[in-house]
Design a protein around this ligand. Structure first.
Ligand code: UDP
Ligand code: MG
Length: 310
């Protein structure tokens, strides 16, 4: 009998977990020809998430959990899930039912019958999301796809079914700064995209503030493109050429028309503009350096406090 591992990262999901488990039970009932492993990752929740997971696992031997020593972020939770998964197929799903479990049989079919290595999902609408957030999300995908070789799909969710081979390849990428949306594309293989309408959270609140999303997008850009470095060099060269032309212009003008003292305001503008561009470029460099710094420390991606994996 083939086994499916379902990885569910949970951070303060006590309100959603019961709904999730009920829904997932229906799907597991439908797919009775498969064995299941529900692997919940408690990412340092401050509410009763762990207690609920423990009660599930007492009643149901398919339920396993790993509990982190603090909040390490969803990326770390996903990595821990991949690492401890034992299924022939591995599925990644949110606990808030925004990734409808009922799509699982459809996804499974694409792998089993159509020969894909992974099946990913994307939402085609962003209903229920603040417009400003949708705008910046779209902008981010446009910029990313322009400056990076790894293709990113607009509206892609992390909800995904993968073969063992695909997961093993992901595990080989053991970097500390993880940007999974990019890693999924980077490893290659054949991926089928399934589209669905955005579903709102069943209970609880989103863990993503606008600020967190912005930082995450910078992480994505730094992890998957070195274009900002090239752009800053380019701006540097451009400024140099402009400056050389200006010098020639001023020297010639002074020789022809003398040297009246004027132009202080323009001078101040130019100095502050160049200063700004320099700091901006140093900042870009700093982003890459800081990521390199964290990477060289080789810290573990997560720390487990307790778990039940058998
Ligand atoms: N999550 C997590 N660690 C975090 C933040 C989120 O494990 O630090 C989990 C969360 O419990 C949920 C999933 O990641 O199962 C997606 O989070 P959320 O619903 O807040 O994100 P959204 O769906 O709004 O993008
Ligand atoms: Mg959600």
């Amino acid at each position: 009998m083939e086994k499916i591992t379902v990885i569910v990262p949970c951070y303060n999901e006590e309100e959603a977990l019961n709904y999730y488990y009920a829904e997932m039970n229906k799907v597991m009932g439908e797919l009775s020809e498969y064995a299941f492993e529900l692997l919940f990752i408690n990412d340092g929740s401050k509410d009763n998430t762990l207690g609920i997971l423990k009660s599930f696992s007492q009643k149901d031997e398919r339920v396993k959990y790993i509990s982190f020593s603090r909040n390490f972020g969803k990326e770390a939770a996903m990595y821990a899930g991949f690492k401890n998964s034992t299924g022939d197929y591995v599925c990644l799903m949110d606990a808030d039912l925004q990734d409808p479990p009922k799509l699982l049989p459809v996804m499974l079919k694409a792998i089993k019958e159509e020969g894909y290595d992974s099946v990913a999902t994307r939402r085609v609408t962003r209903k229920g999301e603040p417009p400003i957030r949708s705008f910046f999300a779209r902008l981010f995908y446009k910029i990313m796809n322009f400056i990076s070789d790894t293709e990113l799909m607009d509206g892609a969710r992390d909800y995904r079914l993968m073969t063992r081979q695909f997961v093993n390849s992901l595990l080989e990428l053991s970097e500390y700064n993880r940007f999974s949306k990019g890693l999924f594309g980077w490893v290659g293989f054949e991926t089928k995209w399934i589209e669905f309408e955005n579903v709102e959270r069943v209970a609880g609140e989103t863990k993503w503030s606008f600020w967190k999303l912005l930082l995450y997008s910078i992480e994505g850009i730094v992890a998957f493109s070195t274009a900002p470095l090239a752009i800053s060099s380019f701006i540097g060269i451009l400024m140099l050429v402009v400056a050389l032309l200006l010098i020639v212009f001023i020297v010639v003008r002074t020789l022809l028309f003398g040297d009246p003292v004027e132009g202080w305001p323009s001078l101040v503008c130019i100095i502050s503009m160049i200063g700004g561009i320099q700091l901006f470029c140093i900042g870009i460099l700093g982003q890459y350096l800081s990521k390199t710094y964290l990477e060289t420390k080789k810290r573990p991606i997560y720390i487990v406090k307790e778990s039940k994996l058998k």
